[in-house]
Design a protein around this ligand. Structure first.
Ligand SMILES: [Mn+2]
Length: 305
C-alpha cells in the first residue's frame, strides 16, 4: 500500500515541494510514497514547478484508511476532515506543535527552522541520499519563500546553509535573483478577485475555541493594493460571517519595506490592540518589521483568547 505525503490546506510552496522531496527520499529508502496536496497551488508554486520540471502532486482530500506522512503543520484544522482515520507514519514540520495525535508510534522531525524543506534536506543528509538536481532547485525555492529570501525572523543559519548547498546541487549561482523572480510571480494581483486574494494564503486557527482566520499576502510592493483595501475589507466581513470567525486578519506584507499592513474585522478589536500594543485606525495598522505570521503574529494573539 502506497503512503501519501502532503502538507496543509491551501498549500504553499513548502507544502507542495515538501511532499515531492520527502516522497522521493522515502522511495529511495524503499517505501512507496506518492506526493499529494489538498488544494490548488499558488502562482509562486507554479513558477517553481515550471522552473524545475516538477510534477503537480495528486489532489487528495480524503485519507481514511491510508498511511500518510505529514509536512508543514500539525494543526488538525489544516488537514482532511477524516485525518483521524489515517495512520500518520511521520511528521516533518517547523511550526508550533498542534493537536494532531496518533495511535501508533511515528517518526517526528520537528525543529524551529525557517522551512520544512530545510528539515527534509537534513533527513536526506542523515540517510546519505543524493538529492536530484531538480528537486534541489525546488527545495531551495521553498526555503527562499518561507524565509522571505532570508529576511524573515524565522530564518536560521541552518536555512541559509541549506539554500547554499541546494544551489550548488542544482547549479544555480544567483539564488537570490531566483528568489526575487519567485516573489514577483507571487505578487501578481491583476484580475484576482477580493475573495481569491483573501484566501490566497489563508489559515484558520483555533484559539481557545474561537476561530481566527489569518491570510498573508507577501508582495514586493503592497501599494498596488491601495485602491482595493475597501473592497478587501468588505470581503473580509463576508468571509468572517461565512466561516463563523471571531476575527479575520489580512497581513499585506511588503518584503522590500520589511513590514506588514494588518487589516482586521473582529468581534473584539481590543484583543488585537493589546496583543501588539498598538492602536488600529480604520481597522488597520502598519506593523514595522513584521514579516512572519508564525513568529510575530500567532504567539502574541493566542494568549488574548
Ligand atoms: Mn513552511
Amino acid at each position: 500500500m502506497a503512503t501519501y505525503v502532503f502538507g496543509h490546506k491551501i498549500p504553499d510552496s513548502d507544502s507542495i515541494v515538501g511532499a515531492i522531496a520527502l516522497s522521493y527520499l522515502k522511495n529511495q529508502l524503499g517505501e512507496e510514497c506518492i506526493p499529494a496536496r489538498q488544494g490548488a497551488i499558488s502562482a509562486e508554486t507554479q513558477f517553481i514547478l515550471d522552473k524545475f520540471d516538477g510534477e503537480l502532486p495528486l489532489l487528495k482530500t480524503s485519507v481514511a484508511g491510508e498511511n500518510v506522512y505529514i509536512v508543514d503543520s500539525t494543526d488538525k484544522i489544516h488537514f482532511q476532515d477524516d485525518i483521524d482515520e489515517a495512520t500518520i507514519l511521520g511528521i516533518f514540520d517547523h511550526h508550533k506543535l498542534g493537536d494532531l495525535t496518533t495511535s501508533t508510534p511515528l517518526e517526528m522531525w520537528v525543529r524551529p527552522v525557517g522551512c520544512s524543506n530545510t528539515i527534509i534536506k537534513e533527513v536526506y543528509d542523515y540517510h546519505g541520499v543524493k538529492i536530484p538536481k531538480n528537486i534541489a532547485g525546488m527545495m531551495m525555492c521553498a526555503i527562499l519563500s518561507d524565509t522571505v529570501i532570508f529576511k524573515s525572523p524565522t530564518c536560521t543559519k541552518i536555512d541559509t546553509k541549506a539554500v547554499k548547498e541546494l544551489a550548488q546541487i542544482c547549479g544555480i549561482e544567483d539564488y537570490k535573483k531566483i528568489g526575487m523572480d519567485m516573489f514577483i510571480a507571487k505578487s501578481q494581483v491583476d484580475g484576482a478577485s477580493a475573495r481569491s486574494l483573501n484566501k490566497r494564503d489563508y489559515k484558520a486557527f483555533d484559539m481557545n475555541g474561537q476561530q481566527v482566520g489569518i491570510n498573508q499576502l507577501e508582495m514586493v510592493d503592497i501599494s498596488v493594493l491601495d485602491p482595493r483595501i475597501d473592497e478587501l475589507m468588505q470581503d473580509m466581513k463576508a468571509l468572517k460571517e461565512e466561516e463563523g470567525l471571531h476575527t479575520m486578519i489580512v497581513l499585506l506584507t511588503d518584503i522590500m519595506k520589511e513590514g506588514s499592513m494588518l487589516l482586521t474585522v473582529s468581534d473584539d478589536t481590543s484583543k488585537i490592540e493589546s496583543a501588539f500594543d498598538l492602536k488600529l485606525h480604520n481597522s488597520r495598522v502598519w506593523m514595522d518589521g513584521v514579516l512572519s505570521r508564525k513568529k510575530q503574529i500567532i504567539p502574541f494573539l493566542q494568549p488574548q483568547f
